[in-house]
Design a protein around this ligand. Structure first.
Ligand SMILES: NC(=O)c1ccc[n+]([C@@H]2O[C@H](COP(=O)([O-])OP(=O)(O)OC[C@H]3O[C@@H](n4cnc5c(N)ncnc54)[C@H](O)[C@@H]3O)[C@@H](O)[C@H]2O)c1
Length: 424
């Protein structure tokens, strides 16, 4: 979109937006994107690459979900492979094939095994694109831990491979399933906030304290003067704003505060994003300075505002006192998201980030089993992940404006919004 009037053409009224949301896809799931398809399957045969801390946790979740068979596990550390194999066997499944012949052995896994899905939970992140690409090229769907890619080029590789192979490539963005995030989603879609105009979110998590040598993050995960971990905050915001589904990220400007003590690593990175509908987003990356954890999740419309992690909401004409916060807690009774209403108990007992971890895995497996499109697709993975390189380039150029690539190649205009995600 180039002109302001074109942009305004994409601003929908609250009622029109609600109607479009309601009409999106079959109940409970998004419409099938044209790039990928899958027949329903009774069981989902999974290969897991990277069984460190996150991978082992994902393995526990997968083993607790009906219809999942873990057929293969891969890591560069043979002991981790052996441990994962034991874990699968202890859960009553056949011992999965192990792959531990080095950094590219995932290729052999993808080519040898009969699988429906390859799940990637490796670190360093440079392996995420090669593993997903190898999976899709071998005819498997790919699911990856965050971020899906470190570079714009990597994002394009994922998009092009998914389109060519017609396989899904899903980034497992668990924050999209947080209870308060989905509550906000539901309130928004009932029209209470009016027109959505601004969001604010951030990965604000102090991970900068010295770590023991064995758990040091590989250097490439931390040296960039950029927003190097954008997907947890931007995922929910993108879904609220219908990004890639009637709306898109237009451009970004970014600025970093200098690191302390002559350290060239930025202390805090702040980016501003403008969407095709003329909305704005403030996005923080703040992991180096002491602070409590907070993703913020502010959503601001023409009639109301919520600060989700602070449990505060104000809806004009509904909140008891004018211009005064009320706790968001009171809204759960009326507006609890249908997914949480139905699956909240299971999600909570499944565990991990308040249930978000269980839900992200459950929803993907459920989509594959029913033949529906997963909630998140390769275009989401690309649009959310590319923020790292865009912010890096913007910072390097004195906050120059960086256009977002349109990974959908125009399809964002006609792709319907996510429906209100139902239970099963
Ligand atoms: N969604 C979330 O909330 C969340 C939380 C934590 C971590 N993560 C993500 O999960 C991923 C893994 O993080 P982690 O904390 O488990 O790291 P980790 O270091 O504990 O585990 C990574 C594993 O990958 C293995 N590995 C590395 N290169 C490999 C290769 N080429 N082939 C096979 N195995 C390889 C390592 O040996 C290790 O066992 C990262 O992308 C991270 O950002 C996401």
């Amino acid at each position: 979109m180039s002109s302001q009037s074109d942009r305004r053409g994409f601003m929908m009224s609250g009622a029109a937006t609600a109607a479009a949301w309601a009409a999106a896809g079959r109940p409970g799931f998004a419409a099938q994107p044209s790039s990928a398809t899958a027949q329903p399957m009774d069981r989902v045969r999974v290969g897991l690459v990277g069984v460190g801390s996150r991978g082992t946790w994902l393995l526990s979740l997968l083993l607790g979900i009906e219809g999942v068979e873990v057929r293969a596990v891969c890591d560069i550390i043979p002991e981790r492979v052996a441990k994962a194999q034991e874990k699968v066997a202890a859960a009553g499944q056949a011992k999965p094939q192990g792959y531990a012949r080095g950094e590219t052995d995932f290729q052999r896994l993808c080519e040898t095994e009969e699988l429906d899905l390859v799940v990637n939970a490796t670190r360093p992140w440079k392996w995420h694109v090669p593993i997903c690409v190898a999976a899709m090229q071998a005819g498997k769907h790919a699911a990856t831990e965050v971020p899906a890619a470190e570079t714009i080029e990597g994002c394009w590789q994922l998009v092009e491979t998914a389109e060519k192979t017609r396989k899904y490539c899903v980034m497992l963005e668990n924050c999209c399933y947080f209870r308060e995030v989905m509550l906000v989603h539901n309130i928004l879609r009932q029209g209470l906030f009016g027109e959505l105009r601004h969001c604010e979110a951030g990965y604000q998590h102090y991970v900068g304290r010295p770590r023991p040598a064995t758990t040091q993050r590989p250097p490439e995960d931390k040296v960039r003067t950029a927003n190097s971990y954008p997907t947890h905050p931007i995922g929910p915001v993108a879904q609220w704003m219908d990004i890639n589904r009637g709306n898109r990220f237009d451009y970004l400007v970014s600025m970093s505060a200098d690191g302390t003590g002559g350290n060239r690593r930025a202390d805090i990175n702040t980016s501003l994003i403008r969407t095709a509908r003329g909305q704005t987003i403030t996005l923080y990356y703040d992991t180096k300075l002491p602070r409590p954890y907070d993703l913020i999740y502010r959503v601001q419309g023409t009639r109301g505002i919520a600060m989700a992690t602070a449990d505060r909401i104000y809806i004009e004409g509904r909140s008891p006192k004018p211009n005064t916060w009320e706790p968001m807690e009171t809204y759960y009774k009326e507006f609890e998201h249908p997914l949480w209403k139905e699956l909240g108990e299971r999600a909570r007992s499944g565990g991990g980030h308040g249930g978000g971890d269980w839900l992200v895995v459950h929803r993907l497996i459920q989509a594959l089993r029913t033949g529906a499109a997963p909630d998140m697709d390769v275009y989401d993975a690309a649009a959310w992940s590319c923020i790292t390189e865009l912010s890096e380039q913007s910072v390097a150029g004195r906050s120059r404006a960086m256009d977002f690539p349109d990974f959908t190649r125009g399809r964002w205009e006609t792709t319907p919004p996510l429906g209100i995600l139902g239970g099963e």
